[in-house]
Design a binder for this molecule. Structure first.
Ligand code: GDP
Length: 474
């Protein structure tokens, strides 16, 4: 009944083998160097090239960050509408516009950061209404937030595919001069917007000091298909399956407020057991759950894959000698119904193995409340708690689950998406890799200028387990 622990751990010092920079004040962000997460280590060793590029990025961020001389100058050019091509800017920027649910945002910040790293840009985040008090600053001595007086800020929520500065629109209008470019990389983007993923278009974009991006997708897999980034990416990530794992562990450190939520819950319910099993339930069906078919599917998966013991409904007790092995199940869901049912089952009947199983669910928020601060803090804490489990079950299509698996370096069992309110058979499948899925990739051959199946070009970029048209790194 032993469950294979997914990946070997690679543990070094509290700087995670140099992935994290030294020199931060530890008390202002307790999660960064905390032994709870560092004890879990990394799932592999980061390349020395990645580490050196991160230090180089940090230096660039410090040089070009908010209100530095270079920043002020580049903003001045932007204010006076100097066209990109004639700008004398010393620094180039990528502004990430806050968009979509928290799981999506974490994936898109990581994608934007990698793109910035590859193109020597400085990443600045629009804090939106609710990006504060979730993440510690990841770069020493300079903020990653866009200053409040940034000139285009009021325009952010008007920017769309019809805007004159939108790259796809510029292509359609054949007008390619602008003081800044808006990249629309959201799920509804069109063929012209998708030219972002072509080397030729990158050569043009490279000259633009200000790029603004709105996306709800983990677009990293398609960067791996671009010849211009290929060599650099291979050096940065010789093991492609670790891209998000390393980026997430480098970038996303819960603030002390969120860390409190993580630590208190972990110590109270998860610390003192033999094994932790995470089950992330995300139901995209309309109507309010809990649904019987979802519960059936969860149980079918955990029993079939031996992740949790079955119960004996005929016997009152099962005697075992000695202290039983203990398991804690951490369930996350907007609804409390699933964990109540599983918890009751393990109380009402004995397990066939004699193991003691406790079932815990931190919150049941009912529905998504994207701009509610405490709601987002809880969602972030729960993704983090799931990442601290030993065995993880996730729901198809959910970026919430992708963040948990990536942070934790876990290859989850993915619950297939139910169709017509019936539990699929088989109920779940082991993921090929811990990488997130790119839900809306382009299917275009930039050289031949025709459609192509981008999931069949190279062995390390494949179609996802949970979404047949998606792409993921393996
Ligand atoms: P996705 O929609 O599953 O891809 O994940 P997102 O994180 O992008 O958006 C879903 C949002 O719904 C989350 O950010 C939370 O606000 C909320 N949510 C969904 N599932 C849960 C859950 O299990 N716990 C909590 N606390 N919030 C959840």
């Amino acid at each position: 009944d032993a469950v294979p622990i997914s990946v070997p751990r690679w543990i070094d010092d509290k700087l995670l083998a140099g992935l994290l920079p030294a020199g931060f004040d530890e008390t202002s962000c307790l999660s960064r160097y905390d032994s709870l997460i560092n004890r879990k280590g990394l799932s592999a060793k980061p390349s020395s090239y990645l580490i050196s590029r991160l230090r180089k990025y940090e230096a660039l961020h410090r040089e070009c960050g908010p209100y530095t001389e270079s920043y002020n100058k580049t903003v001045k050019d932007l204010r006076s509408g100097v066209p990109s091509q004639s700008s004398s800017a010393a620094c180039k920027y990528l502004v990430w516009i806050s968009y979509s649910g928290l799981g999506n945002r974490i994936l898109t910040i990581a994608s934007a950061f990698l793109y910035a790293l590859l193109t020597n840009r400085v990443l600045l985040l629009d804090p939106g209404l609710d990006m504060t008090d979730l993440f510690c600053e990841p770069f020493p001595h300079a903020s990653w937030f866009l200053p409040p007086d940034f000139p285009l800020r009021a325009q952010f929520h008007h920017l769309n595919q019809k805007s004159a500065h939108c790259y796809g629109k510029m292509i359609k209008d054949k007008s390619v001069t602008a003081s800044f470019v808006y990249l629309h990389l959201a799920h509804d983007y069109d063929d012209q917007d998708k030219l972002f993923f072509c080397d030729e278009d990158q050569r043009f974009l490279d000259q633009v000091p200000w790029l603004l991006v709105r996306t709800d997708n983990y677009f990293v897999p398609s960067l791996f298909l671009m010849p211009s980034f290929e060599q650099e990416l291979n050096q940065l990530f010789p093991n492609r399956e670790t891209v998000f794992h390393f980026l997430a562990r480098y970038l996303f450190h819960p603030t002390n407020r969120v860390w409190g939520l993580v630590i208190r819950y972990y110590e109270a319910y998860l610390a003192n057991v033999d094994e932790r099993v995470g089950i992330q339930i995300r139901v995209f069906d309309t109507g309010t759950g809990p649904f019987q078919h979802v519960l059936d599917q969860i149980l079918a998966c955990v029993f079939k894959e031996n992740l949790l013991p079955d119960v004996n409904r005929k016997q009152a007790t099962i005697s075992s000698s000695g202290k039983p092995k203990s398991k804690a199940v951490l369930m996350t869901s907007l609804s409390s119904g699933y964990s109540e049912k599983v918890r009751d089952m393990y109380w009402e009947f004995p397990t066939t193995t004699g193991e003691a199983v406790g079932v815990f669910q931190p919150s049941h928020e009912g529905y998504q409340q994207t701009e509610n601060q405490m709601h987002n803090q809880k969602a972030w804490a729960e993704m983090y708690l799931l990442s601290l489990t030993d065995v993880l079950v996730t729901s198809s299509w959910s970026t919430f689950g992708y963040v948990a698996q990536g942070l934790g370096g876990l290859k989850p069992w993915i619950l297939y998406k139910p169709e017509n309110r019936t539990a699929p058979d088989p109920p779940c499948q082991r993921a090929m890799s811990m990488e997130p899925c790119f839900h809306a990739p382009p299917f275009y051959d930039c050289k031949a200028k025709k459609g192509i199946d981008t999931g069949k070009l190279v062995p390390h970029v494949r179609h996802c387990e949970d979404m047949s048209w998606g792409l993921k790194l393996v």
